[in-house]
Design a binder for this molecule. Structure first.
Ligand SMILES: *Cc1c(COP(=O)(O)O)cnc(C)c1O
Length: 224
């Protein structure tokens, strides 16, 4: 898969350039390759190229791929999509990190067994409540609920820049929310932000976890 390797290496170089331009250490930035809608074979090829963090947004699809690829030691699955509380415990069987925690029922469900999991609070930067995420002003109360659950490790905040919005502005709001969160939870320093079209702006605003799909994988096939 020479095209895949080329795209991966190009994005890795761009991430490193954006980090240096922001006077940051590229080593403090984790690139999660978003493989949703792609077959397990693509994840295996990425693994062969050194990728160890992959992101998925639909439980059934992710569960099937994780089962098929259980032989890949050290591969971390990140769940980045909207999550129903009744699927929470199943997602924890393969995902080590959940980026889309946005309501207390989900916190309760994720804490209802003793499997540890890392979580991000997803912020909704739009006016549309149907998009995933909490309103930024509800961040602290949800964070407090997470902090009260020892089985959950609060890593930080996650956001998707709204379509059509200026990414730098959106990510500035994410950075401000991250600073507020750190006042409450000093160890929750991570920021999950930045996708194929806007990762350089996210890095400039302090993103530590990029979720990059198409720039690395190529176009996604039709939804399976
Ligand atoms: C699909 C997806 C991405 C990756 O998007 P690309 O534009 O393909 O890089 C990142 N974050 C979330 C939450 C997604 O659903």
């Amino acid at each position: 898969m020479p095209a895949l390797a080329e795209r991966l290496h190009r994005v890795q170089a761009e991430v490193a350039d954006a980090a240096r331009a922001a006077h940051r250490d590229p080593g403090e930035i984790t690139t999660i390759v978003v493989t949703k809608f792609h077959p397990a074979a693509l994840v295996r090829a990425l693994y062969g190229l050194g990728v160890r963090d992959v992101g998925e947004s639909r439980h059934q699809e992710a569960q099937a791929k994780a089962a098929e690829l259980s032989d890949l030691a050290g591969l971390t699955w990140h769940f980045i999509g909207q999550l129903q509380a009744n699927k929470a415990r199943q997602v924890k069987r393969y995902a080590r990190v959940i980026h889309s925690v946005d309501r207390s029922s989900l916190v309760d469900a994720l804490a209802s067994d003793d499997t540890p999991v890392d979580v991000f609070v997803q912020l909704n930067l739009t006016d549309d409540p149907a998009r995933g995420g909490v309103r930024p002003d509800a961040l602290e109360s949800l964070a407090e609920q997470i902090l009260a659950r020892p089985v959950l490790t609060l890593r930080g905040v996650m956001a998707v820049a709204p379509l059509g919005a200026e990414p730098a502005r959106a990510f500035g709001a994410v950075r401000a929310a991250s600073q507020r969160l750190r006042a409450l939870a000093p160890q929750a320093t991570a920021i999950s932000a930045g996708m194929s079209g806007d990762f350089a702006a996210a890095i400039a605003a302090g993103a530590t976890h990029l979720r990059i799909g198409t720039a690395i994988t190529g176009n996604r096939p039709e939804r399976p």
